[in-house]
Design a protein around this ligand. Structure first.
Ligand code: EPU
Length: 431
């Protein structure tokens, strides 16, 4: 089994180029099903989630291959295929294949989706929206069976500005007859990216990036080339690793406007943050102050950065409160941070109280989901001594070459193969 082994306590220093956005790429990789021919996506992160998505597309008849960091997706011949349940359950966005398949083929079967275990993550907004667009979707034996005689434009109101539902329904509506309006749409940058991609293929989408999106249906789309923007969550993780280690790191190739919430909260905690057109520099010269953080839909503080932020605040002076409003149980990092000496506790699944400590101590810990894993990396980099992180496969879902990038910044972090018995022995010792 692979683990990440970190010798903590080294200040991170230097510059890091940020890879393409996992979540943007995953949304684009559903939408490619709408178009005959080969779409070329540049800057797709080669992480397990995108590899799984490519595999699912192949089951529907697409041909996919990577060449020098670009992903070629030939969807000339798309057909209903038997998706393997185990694979579908690995990622949440397998469900977003449903709408484009309905638009292209008129029928699709799909096992219920999975993803990180951070809350219930229902799909009711997706289902209601697809029904309004003229699809019939039934759940039989854990599989969604969806059919349509032709999607038609509709007015859709989302009960919550869900990024996934906005992306999914926007993709489904592009080839529908007539006009679709999505009200209370998500304004996440990944939604705007998807709209730009679809428009480049010939779609007519207006208002992406606002809470009302209009989609005027078109008859067909043409394949295109498109560059996936950088990953704001990965950039945020490096910024937090810099803050935790009292380092000085510049994240490059990013859009600073997408990081406003994090930048402001870091400044509030006493970190110096400067920015240019496509970079942000984070300098933490002294101990941070405890702050209050509340996650919100974009442009609010991102839920995906909540866990690494909590890791940073474990070392801040005084009390911090982190409130998670998007997911009901995104707290898998908490017991593991406790193992490292953090004074952190959760109340009711959503409120995390932190009393800052002077130092964290390395320990054997376990990632429970992708961003909990990122939080443990941040904590391990700042902690004294050795941290060993198990369940690295969660981290591999969203961070490409994480160790190499951190090593370039001066971190001591290695991926090592370790036997089960070594781990249980070290856990006991740590215990
Ligand atoms: N929701 C419903 N019903 C629905 C859809 C969503 O109740 O039909 C709820 C969810 O349970 C949640 C809230 O609405 O409470 C927001 O969920 P959203 O649909 O926006 O999330 P998502 O599309 O499933 C994406 C990202 C997540 C990120 C969220 C929020 C991808 C693949 N995933 O998920 O990313 O946390 O948006 O920004 O794009 C991650 O990268 O670690 C990750 C989990």
């Amino acid at each position: 089994m692979n683990v990440l082994q970190i010798q903590g306590g080294r200040q991170l220093r230097g510059e890091v180029d940020i890879a393409g956005s996992k979540n943007a790429a995953l949304a684009l990789m559903s939408a490619v099903l709408l178009v005959e021919g080969t779409t070329i996506l540049h800057n797709v992160p080669n992480v397990s989630d995108t590899r799984i998505k490519a595999h699912l597309l192949e089951t529907f008849g697409a041909k996919t291959y990577w060449r020098e960091g670009s992903l070629f997706l030939d969807c000339s011949d798309v057909h209903v295929g038997e998706l393997d349940e185990e694979t579908v359950r690995l990622i949440r966005t397998s469900f977003y294949l449903l709408g484009p398949m309905l638009a292209r083929v008129g029928r699709v079967e799909l096992p219920a989706p999975g993803g990180c275990k951070i809350g219930q993550r229902p799909v009711d907004f997706h289902l209601k929206g697809l029904a309004l667009l003229g699809a019939t979707v039934e759940l039989e034996g854990g599989r969604y069976i969806a059919t349509t005689d032709g999607l038609k434009g509709a007015e859709i109101y989302l009960d919550f500005p869900s990024a996934g539902a906005t992306q999914h329904l926007m993709s489904a509506a592009v080839l529908a007859e007539g006009v679709t309006v999505i009200q209370n749409a998500a304004v996440e940058p990944e939604v705007t990216t998807l709209a730009a991609f679809l428009n480049r293929m010939g779609a007519r989408i207006e208002g992406a990036g606002t809470s009302t999106i209009s989609i005027i249906g078109v008859e067909r789309l043409e394949p295109c080339e498109f560059r996936v923007p950088s990953d704001r969550l990965q950039a945020g993780t490096f910024m937090l690793a810099a803050a935790a280690t009292r380092g000085d790191v510049t994240v490059r190739g990013i859009m600073p406007d997408n990081q406003t919430a994090l930048v402001n909260k870091l400044r509030e905690a006493g970190v110096e943050v400067s920015e240019g057109p496509d970079w942000i520099r984070v300098e933490a010269t002294r101990r941070l102050k405890g702050i209050r953080v509340k996650t919100m839909p974009y442009p609010g503080f991102p839920t995906d950065i909540q866990q690494p932020m909590a890791a940073v605040l474990c070392l801040a002076e005084g009390t911090s409160i982190v409130e998670e409003t998007i997911y009901e149980s995104r707290t898998g990092h908490v017991p593991e941070l406790q193992r490292m000496g953090a004074r952190i506790r959760v109340e009711g699944g959503r409120l995390t109280f932190i009393n800052g400590v002077d130092r964290l101590r390395g320990a054997n810990v376990e990632a429970s989901d992708l961003r909990a894993g990122a939080a443990l990396v941040v904590a391990g980099l700042a902690a004294e001594g050795e941290t060993v992180i198990r369940n690295v496969h969660f981290i591999d879902r969203g961070y490409e070459n994480l160790e190499a990038s951190l090593q370039n910044l001066g971190a001591s972090i290695e991926r090592v193969e370790i036997g089960e018995s070594d781990l249980s022995a070290s856990r006991e010792y740590d215990g």
